[in-house]
Design a protein around this ligand. Structure first.
Ligand code: AP5
Ligand code: MG
Length: 215
């Protein structure tokens, strides 16, 4: 099962990707997480990516396409994968299609999350992520049992550097101009499944399962 999760910042891509991973046993490939790992490790790639990410801009296509191609070639992706946050431009989508064609693979479904812009800002300003295991929480919508501590591993919960309101606004503009054209792109190829991302997390989870079930 090869899936793409498509949606604006804060739409719930990461939240739902974790559920799908647990349920179907296929890896989550989050370009945002991979880039943040490179930033934390202070690699050359990380240093270049940080400038773009802190400004709410996209990292250049060639960089992201390269890291995804490398990741998809690893053996755990053989039974399937969930792309979370990639592709984000038409050029990335074309590059992915070429990579998959060479490997005789295809995308089975693109789950597109529809969420009101005001809700996105509220979700992102309240998001907290575990520093150790990456589990996601929200101070109001999905709070941890003990404030500031991860339910899964006890790690410290932190706020992402790009979750400041002005950066969020820029990320939303970038989504509208560069990423939202992918909704039509995948609708034309017949793989698009639209899910109402405004529902509570568990209901979105059920809707995603239903969408995957019909693949
Ligand atoms: P990335 O990490 O991908 O961020 P994003 O796309 O902006 O998306 P988010 O991770 O912010 O949101 P999400 O949809 O995962 O929401 P979540 O589930 O956490 O990218 C970061 C940066 O890296 C980019 O800006 C760019 O610079 C760079 N980058 C990454 N990929 C790239 C690419 N392909 N090309 C170029 N550059 C790239 O949910 C958010 C919050 O809401 C959580 O607190 C959650 O608990 C809560 N929540 C979730 N669902 C619900 C619900 N149904 N109801 C209420 N609350 C909910
Ligand atoms: Mg995410």
């Amino acid at each position: 099962m090869n899936l793409i999760l498509l949606g604006p910042p804060g739409a719930g891509k990461g939240t739902q990707a974790q559920f799908i991973c647990e349920e179907y046993g296929v890896p989550q490939i989050s370009t945002g997480d991979m880039l943040r790992a490179a930033v934390a490790a202070e690699t050359e790639l990380g240093r270049r990516a940080k400038t773009c990410m802190d400004a709410g801009e996209l990292v250049p296509d060639a960089v992201v396409v390269g890291i995804v191609a490398e990741r998809l070639s690893q053996s755990d992706c053989a039974p399937g994968f969930i792309l979370d946050g990639f592709p984000r431009t038409v050029a990335q989508a074309d590059a992915l299609a070429n990579e998959l064609a060479v490997a005789a693979k295809k995308i089975d479904a693109v789950i597109s999350f529809r969420v009101d812009p005001d809700a996105l800002v509220e979700r992102l300003t309240g998001r907290r992520t575990c520093r150790l295991c990456g589990a996601g929480f929200h101070v109001n919508f999905s709070p941890p049992v003990h404030e500031g501590k991860c339910d899964r591993c006890g790690g410290e919960l932190v706020q992402r550097a790009d979750d400041r309101e002005e950066t969020i606004r820029r990320r939303l503009q970038v989504y509208d101009s560069q990423t939202s054209p992918l909704i039509d792109y995948y609708a034309k190829s017949g793989v698009l499944k639209v899910v109402d991302g405004m529902l509570p997390i568990d209901e979105v989870r059920s809707a995603v399962k239903e969408a995957i079930g019909s693949v």
